[in-house]
Design a protein around this ligand. Sequence first.
Ligand code: SF4
Length: 344
Amino acid sequence: MKESRLYEKLKDSAVKCATCAHGCVIQDGKRGICGVRENRGGALYSLVYGRPISQAVDPIEKKPLFHFHPGTTAFSVATVGCNFHCLFCQNADISQMPRESGRILGRETSPEQLVKAAQQQRCRSIAYTYTEPTVFFDYTYDVALLARQEGIANVYVTNGYMTPEVLRAFAEAGGDHGSLLDAANVDLKAFSDEFYHHQCGARLQPVLDSLILMKEQGVWVEVTTLVIPELNDSTDELKSIAEFILHNLGAETPWHVSAFYPTYKLLDRPRTPVETLRRARQIGLEAGLRYVYEGNVPGSEGESTYCYNCGECLIKRFGYSIEHYGITESKCGQCGAQIDGIGI
Ligand code: SF4
């Protein structure tokens, strides 16, 4: 147990959590929506600090981050818990465990031990992923501080529902070297409050606000949308997402449009047809985005990186593997155009 960094004490021993946009007001002895923060005697504690449930070495492409140190590995870590309850969650067994059963499982691992494990595995980055890192923010913050000192990058794979205070804390701790968060893949799951409300138990606006703030802070941002038949696959909705990215985050921001498959509580929808992903990718490119990728369709042409200037295939991928790399010093090997990203 560790006291939360971001909360406010209220009267009668209640507290208000300031870690995510739910802003839970929690009475003594109760937990917040995520099920992993608990009020004990008028103070708020993280129940998952230093207790990861998953640790694995993944290609950075799996996050997915395609323009951030391509071809390197990320030491990936998660605790149980999430502040969303998406009906289509692919990791519901661990993300929903605290809410559904009240259980908090995990193996004790201090920030020092975690960073050491990442070093031993020669990982370029640590990715806070699989569940929602915002709910284990306090742990990610302490790990990220140490990782930065050791030259290891920090990556959030997130639903973007953190408060601005979380992002400011990372930025302030990073000081002149930039936010402790080097990169983030942020889900922009749809472009309507209705979808966020019914499918995830959340709202759209805080996600948009986080994306804009991350960009302002210099965090490398890539966006993912899981395209679900009849829920968020209309041309209008996909166009709205593409235009939001273009006008608020910039043409250089990669957009991953990924295929849904039936899982958890969303079992009455078919898999996303490949043609739908092609259409989504086309919408993004026509809107003016430079890099739009099809996800969960290994072998598709839409997995590869093309030069936005001359069309040359620069990074040929198959799933998470790189088969050909044609970028030199961040420039297209064919026409010399600057290719966007970090360590690319
Ligand atoms: S992290 Fe979010 S869901 Fe969890 S207690 Fe805090 S405000 Fe509530």
